[in-house]
Design a protein around this ligand. Structure first.
Ligand code: DAH
Length: 343
């Protein structure tokens, strides 16, 4: 036999269920929820009063109230979902909405040509077992110059015009500092590249920028020679230019390599016959490189009597300009969509 209390609860539940069914909007539904289940809602107050009942009645009353609350909550959720979906389909069936209208075309972004070639170079070197490293763009004098065998007052400091910061640091003028940072934390065999942005205090024109990109390369092991350097460079260039390339080395001076070279490639426009791109020489200067100077190995805590290495500093902008026949370096940072959308 149901007690008076249970009958009362059943009556409340039935009334609330009817109210929920009758609610014709989410707002009306929320009103019902607050009135019944809110802080001083009808059912909440009843639940709170259970504690005051005689001990023998408490379990049954508590159980009945909780069942009623759960049933009401479930019904509230269900009704809310159906009111919401009805609101959406109502909007969709509004006669002013034309489903057949084509959508506004989305403008897809593209990779910047520098990024494209950088990622390609990263893939090539990764497949040869090289790690891809990163280094800070704000560098110390030590890493940018000192540890690369360019002491203070060395004339080679004038080779690169530097942006100095007020705190004594500088914007790195090349990615070579990453060589030293790599040697500090890695032990031979070391195979690493470090792509990144570099800065020069420079007047801009079609072939000069104050901000550009390099890919530094470093390989250190026992018995590394110029032959290894040439082999790695040819592999990389074959992939980038999608054909075999002929290379040559000329002597070049950089304080952190000995011997130092300029690596040229046979002009891929005229095949070496001489044209405007190669200035009639048949060769195009591509990248400086060399055998890591023993002093630099020592700065990297590597014993030059046991280990040797090669390094290169690829000018990424220049490579991309050759790859896509771009004639003005300033286009890269111009943000000009007519330029960027071609890639
Ligand atoms: N860091 C040099 C520059 O930006 C380029 C360079 C030359 C890098 C020779 C090298 C290298 O790793 O071996 O002017």
């Amino acid at each position: 036999m149901a007690s008076d209390g249970e009958r009362e609860i059943a009556a409340i539940r039935d009334r609330v269920v009817a109210e929920i069914r009758a609610a014709d909007s989410v707002t009306a539904l929320d009103d019902v929820r607050v009135r019944v289940l809110g802080r001083s809602g009808e059912l909440t107050l009843q639940l709170r009063a259970v504690g005051a009942l005689p001990a023998s009645e408490r379990p049954a009353a508590g159980k009945a109230l909780n069942q009623a609350r759960r049933a009401i909550e479930a019904l509230l959720d269900e009704r809310r979902a159906s009111l919401e979906s009805a609101a959406i389909s109502g909007a969709l069936h509004d006669s002013s909405f034309d489903f057949t209208l084509p959508a506004t075309p989305m403008r897809l972004g593209t990779l910047h040509p520098i990024s494209r070639i950088q990622y390609q170079i990263e893939d090539i070197f990764t497949s040869m077992g090289f790690a891809v490293l990163d280094g800070p763009e704000v560098e110390s004098d030590y890493y940018n110059f000192e540890a690369l065998n360019i002491p203070k007052n060395h004339p080679a400091r004038d080779m690169q015009d530097t942006f100095y910061l007020e705190d004594g640091n500088l914007l790195r003028t090349h990615t070579s500092p990453v060589q030293v940072r790599a040697m500090e934390v890695m032990r031979p065999p070391i195979r690493a590249i470090a792509p990144g942005r570099v800065f020069r205090y420079e007047v801009t024109d079609a072939s000069h920028e104050n901000t550009f990109y390099q890919v530094e390369g470093l390989m250190v092991d026992e018995d590394i020679s110029v032959a290894n350097l040439i082999a790695v460079m040819k592999t990389m260039l074959r992939e980038v230019f999608e054909r075999d390339v002929t290379v040559r080395l000329r002597p070049g001076y950089f304080p952190f390599v000995e011997p130092g070279f300029e690596l040229d490639i046979r002009c891929f426009i005229c095949e070496g016959k001489g044209c405007a791109v190669c200035k009639r020489s048949g060769w195009v200067e591509l990248m400086p490189c060399g055998m890591v100077h023993p002093a630099v190995l020592r700065y990297g805590r590597i014993d030059p009597d046991r280990h040797s290495g090669f390094a290169f500093g690829l000018g990424l902008n220049r490579l991309v300009m050759m790859r896509y026949r771009i004639d003005d370096i300033r286009l890269f940072l111009s943000g000009d969509l007519r330029f960027l959308e071609q890639f």
